[in-house]
Design a protein around this ligand. Structure first.
Ligand code: ADP
Ligand code: MN
Length: 248
């Protein structure tokens, strides 16, 4: 009964996509329709971000809940390079043949989903992963009523304080010591602030035994330290932070 009502409603308003996006391919559209019926999504709203490798769209359910939908572009040169750089040496993905670019992108989306799941289960504040299919990843929406929370980068100076810094360092410790992952692209651009911090964008994260894990980790810590230092706050030296992290 409920299903029927939804289908009728959908037909009537033909409103599943608030904005038709010419950068999405037909297959992605079909997948988005299937995901909509599976997750009870009434509408996909206009994209809130277009990065080099993906776009993010809010999706609203019939109950007025929001999801963040990350759609990876099916093919870009930078993507291919990045996938090769990060999945080589990662035991979990080494067996995958890097030939078909489309498959490569699906691997990338699945990798972000798995990394989110592993972090979420370890208690790291990341968006809860909901679903992944081909190049589409659905996760918890960080924000309110389809309006995303600010990035650390966008936060007014008066809200950037030592609590925020300790919160990020705690997340880092959970990530490395519990989830056994290194973020690999941590900075003020991949941290959202919404009643505490949320770590996002973990598609490139690698296990702590990855050959580049230490380099990535040092870079991550330096990025965070540089940002807080530039705001005139006292920071903990990278070496001191490293002592609290268990890298094999
Ligand atoms: P990329 O940097 O590869 O384009 P991100 O995963 O960093 O992709 O997402 C891009 C932007 O989309 C973020 O800077 C943030 O503004 C927004 N965003 C990402 N994930 C969420 C989420 N779960 N909820 C709300 N907004 C999000
Ligand atoms: Mn990002």
């Amino acid at each position: 009964m409920l299903e029927k009502r939804k289908i009728e409603k959908r037909r009537k308003d033909e409103d599943l996509f608030k904005v038709v996006d010419s950068t999405l391919d037909p297959k992605t559209y079909v997948n988005l329709e299937n995901i909509a019926s599976r997750l009870d999504i009434e509408t996909y709203l206009g994209s809130i971000s277009s990065g080099k490798e993906a776009k993010i769209y809010p999706a609203r359910t019939y109950d007025g809940k929001y999801y963040a939908v990350k759609i990876y572009y099916v093919s870009t040169a930078s993507h291919k390079r990045a996938v090769e750089r990060y999945t080589l040496g990662d035991q979990r993905f080494e067996k995958i043949k890097i030939s078909n670019t489309r498959q490569l992108i699906y691997t990338w989306a699945r990798k972000e989903f798995k990394n989110l799941k592993r972090m979420h289960e370890a208690g790291v504040r990341v968006p809860e992963p909901i679903y992944v299919y081909e190049n589409i990843l659905v996760m918890q929406f960080i924000g309110e009523n389809g309006v995303r929370a600010p990035l650390l980068k966008e936060l007014p100076d008066e809200e950037i304080d030592n609590n925020l810094y300790s919160d990020i360092i705690s997340q880092l410790q959970l990530m490395v010591n519990k989830a056994k992952l290194v973020h690999g692209d941590l900075s003020e651009y991949n941290i959202m602030v919404y009643d505490g911090v949320y770590i996002i964008d973990v598609s490139q994260s690698v296990p702590i035994d990855h050959e580049n894990a230490m380099d990535f980790l040092i870079r991550d810590i330096n990025n965070v330290n540089r940002f807080f230092e530039s705001k005139g706050l006292s920071i903990i030296d990278t070496e001191e932070i490293l002592k609290t992290l268990e890298i094999p």
